[in-house]
Write a protein that binds this ligand. Structure first.
Ligand code: HSE
Length: 405
């Protein structure tokens, strides 16, 4: 039998306990023995919940109990999660976490400790919720050089943008619904400002490059400025708006960014809706692969956490996860990336057409029915740097959204 401790009895932590109980039979079979939750560490009490008798408030009980072989961290945030995870690893305990902020910031150090101790630091649930992506990258796509990786990595914003697209709903209204459904992070800024997506693409890039990709280096723009009106233009153009994470290789470097994009109907990510996530991988030998599924929520995320617990229970004295080193990977600046841009501006399209064509090449004019005194254009293909320079000469611009090929 393997005794484990779960730190944090919130949405994911309580999901972990539920998955372990509901699927006890198959889990015991696959883990070569029972997995027993000996402690749940939380500041709160849960009177009336059967878990209460296993609740402890003191981390020292967990870290000093030699019977605990695996510690599950589902607290979120950096502190005290970082201190507790590091101390657990140093005490020789396998650690499983769903905490992308922790992995993105301290992954290299924690992986190095796990490797030195011949134990596991596993974090499948930190990217793509219930979708297996980190282990496939580590164990299946090993013959390839990954040329491109990215996709829709945040369930909350995808749910919100889907509602805005199909129901013409307002941003504030859909954010409240996403929070009520338990998709959003503790701090909604992490979702809507793109910080959560940024940390997830940083983890994917670090794995692909084998070096530390600092999330602070990734250009990140969220969806807070995306309006119902933007969505009207997207619809008129036969497109939708998605929050896209993308990382493309150029030699031994990658260019990574997170931003809302206009996406055509023919794009493979166009129909990834609601809370679903999809991760797109392009290998130099494999070609394209997509990993699609439930990207957030209690049970899907807990399913990935428990799968890691099973892995650690089967291999308690091996490091199953490859690693990335603390060496910093250098990213290419986004200013050199070429693409088209959707631009909304005040005024009359016919009057400005010549000046716009001189600045942005061959443009396509868009109008959204019901919106007066403004219009939209899609520019020709140009680098982000050139676009920014040209846009400075048009103070009437009210919005710019990148267009994905
Ligand atoms: N808030 C995150 C999301 C949870 O919406 O995707 C899963 O990481």
């Amino acid at each position: 039998m393997m005794n484990i401790a779960v730190m944090g009895y919130g949405t994911v932590g309580s999901g972990v306990v539920e998955v372990l109980e509901r699927n006890r039979g198959v889990i015991s079979q696959r883990a070569d023995g029972d997995i027993y939750v000996k402690y749940v560490l939380d500041l709160r009490d849960f009177p009336g919940d059967a878990i209460q008798e296993r609740i402890v408030h003191d981390f020292e009980i967990v870290v000093n109990d030699p019977e605990i072989g695996i510690v599950v961290e589902t607290m979120g945030g950096i502190e005290p999660a970082y201190t507790f995870v590091k101390r657990s690893l140093l005490a020789g305990k396998n650690v499983v976490t769903s905490n992308k902020a922790l992995v993105a910031k301290h992954g290299a150090e924690l992986l190095a400790i796990a490797a030195e101790k011949h134990i596991n630091f596993l974090f499948e649930a930190s990217v793509g919720g219930g979708i297996p992506i980190l282990r496939p990258l580590q164990t299946s796509l090993t013959a390839d050089v990954v040329e491109e990786i990215g996709g829709i990595l945040n369930g909350t914003t995808n749910y919100m943008l889907t509602k805005m697209f199909y129901e013409g709903a307002d941003y504030d209204e859909v954010l409240k619904e996403a929070q009520a459904k338990g998709y959003a992070e503790r701090n909604p800024e992490a979702d809507v400002e793109g910080y959560d997506t940024c940390r997830k693409i940083a983890i994917l890039c670090s794995l692909v490059l084998g070096k530390q990709v600092d999330f602070e280096d990734i250009f990140t723009e969220g969806i807070t400025k995306i309006s119902k009106e933007d969505m009207m233009y997207a619809k008129e153009a036969g497109m939708t708006i998605k929050l896209l994470a993308s990382a493309k290789r150029n030699g031994d470097k990658m260019c990574a960014m997170v931003s809302p994009v206009l996406m055509k109907k023919t794009h493979p990510l166009y129909s990834v809706n609601d809370v679903f996530n999809a991760i797109f991988v392009r290998g130099n030998m494999l070609g394209d692969a997509m990993f699609y599924g439930s990207g957030a929520g209690k049970l899907p995320t807990a399913s990935a956490v428990v799968a890691d617990v099973i892995e650690a229970a089967k291999h308690p004295s091996d490091s199953m996860m490859g690693m990335w080193t603390a060496e910093k990977a250098l990213l290419q600046p986004v200013d050199g990336v070429s693409r088209q841009f959707f631009v909304r501006m005040r005024g009359d399209a016919d009057e400005k057409k010549a000046a716009l064509e001189a600045a942005f090449g061959e443009i396509c004019v868009l109008r959204a029915s019901g919106l007066t005194g403004e219009f939209g254009i899609i520019t020709g293909k140009m680098t982000e740097g050139t676009y920014k320079k040209q846009a400075e000469t048009f103070p009437e611009i009210i919005q710019m959204i990148r267009v994905e090929d």
